[in-house]
Design a protein around this ligand. Structure first.
Ligand code: PBG
Length: 325
């Protein structure tokens, strides 16, 4: 009998061998925790569709940020849920509005020990739930929205955000935000562009997380799941416009996009493991159908392996604790 020349199994024999040859590792510093803060709450409010995730009060948001810093997470991405909404989403410009107040509180709490990021998008602030303002025909008006994004970005920078995350998929949003920041003397604030953001059914649970008022869908501005090449165009445009980092979103159904972007991007690449990706694993685990911890770690490892330098995930604190164990 002839023996196999190559035996890949050899390097899989012991945990120490497997650990030594692992090509991808998880580290808390590359994990970013998305967090919701809701106006008027005194107690955190559980999000039914995302077991384990809450809408924070200002108080518990501070605590979550302090914990994130202690765990050595890379950053926190803040979303605000306002009490009052209108057609223009005007609460987003109020320096004391919920998101800007949340940014200020978190910065007070963590200083520079955690990267404080915030969502530049109108959907949480508009009464119609779209990511931009509407024209007379009810269509999302790209350029009128850009003007507001520019002002919103400056308000968030003034509140203390280190990094801004424009997630509305308006054409030209990175350029407008960069120019507005620079004109306001905030050359120091970075832009993490949601460059390739797809219209996804997996955003479902997020709608509850931010009490979204959306009727219809976002298919006139978010990308079509059928398209791969177009992601490269979106990333190239955002780089030309001055993006410091680029994002692919969602993550798990878009690992090919992540690999493509990772291969061509000269700047750090982030991936957002979104609400539906979280809830699917939690639901299956709650039913005893999959091993929760192993599934979570495998999902995030896969996203990193596909090429993400940074991963936004609701499990960031828990993963960081597991890594430390
Ligand atoms: C829009 C925004 C969305 C998410 C982050 N930013 C929702 C959407 O585009 O419909 C989704 C995040 C998640 O599902 O976890 N501001």
């Amino acid at each position: 009998m002839s023996f196999p020349t190559h035996r890949p199994r050899r390097l899989r024999q012991t945990p120490a061998l497997r650990r030594m040859v692992a090509e991808t590792r998880l580290h808390p510093a590359e994990l970013i925790l998305p967090a919701f803060v809701r106006e008027g709450l005194t107690e955190p409010q559980p999000i039914q569709a995302m077991p384990g995730v809450v809408q924070h009060s200002m108080d518990t948001l501070r605590r979550a940020a302090a914990e994130a810093a202690e765990l050595g997470l890379g950053g926190i991405m803040l979303f605000g849920v306002p009490e009052e909404r209108d057609a223009e989403g005007s609460a987003c410009l109020d320096p004391h509005g919920i998101l800007n107040a949340g940014i200020r509180a978190v910065r007070e709490e963590v200083g520079d020990s955690l990267v404080v990021m915030s969502d530049v998008c109108l959907d949480e602030f508009t009464d119609h739930g779209h990511c931009g303002v509407l024209d007379a025909q009810g269509r999302v008006d790209n350029d009128a929205t850009l003007e507001i994004y520019g002002q919103m970005a400056v308000a968030q920078a003034e509140a203390g955000a280190h990094v801004l995350g424009p997630s509305g998929m308006m054409d030209g949003q990175v350029a407008v935000i960069r120019q507005a920041l620079d004109a306001a003397g905030r050359q120091d604030v970075s832009v993490l562009a949601y460059a390739a953001k797809y219209a996804s059914a997996f955003y479902g649970p997020f709608r509850e997380a931010v009490d979204s008022q959306l009727q219809g869908d976002r298919r006139t501005y978010q990308m079509d799941a059928a398209n791969r090449r177009e992601a490269l165009l979106e990333v190239e445009l955002d780089l030309e416009e001055g993006a410091d980092m680029v994002m692919v979103k969602p993550a798990m159904s878009y690992l090919d996009i992540l690999a493509d972007v990772s291969a061509m991007s000269p700047v750090p690449v982030a991936a957002y493991q979104i609400s539906g990706e979280y809830s699917m694993i939690e639901a299956a685990a709650a039913n005893g159908w999959i091993d929760r911890k192993a599934s979570i770690l495998e999902s995030v490892l896969g996203i990193r392996r596909a090429g993400a330098n940074l991963v936004l995930t609701y499990w960031a604190p828990e993963i960081a604790r597991w890594i430390k164990e």
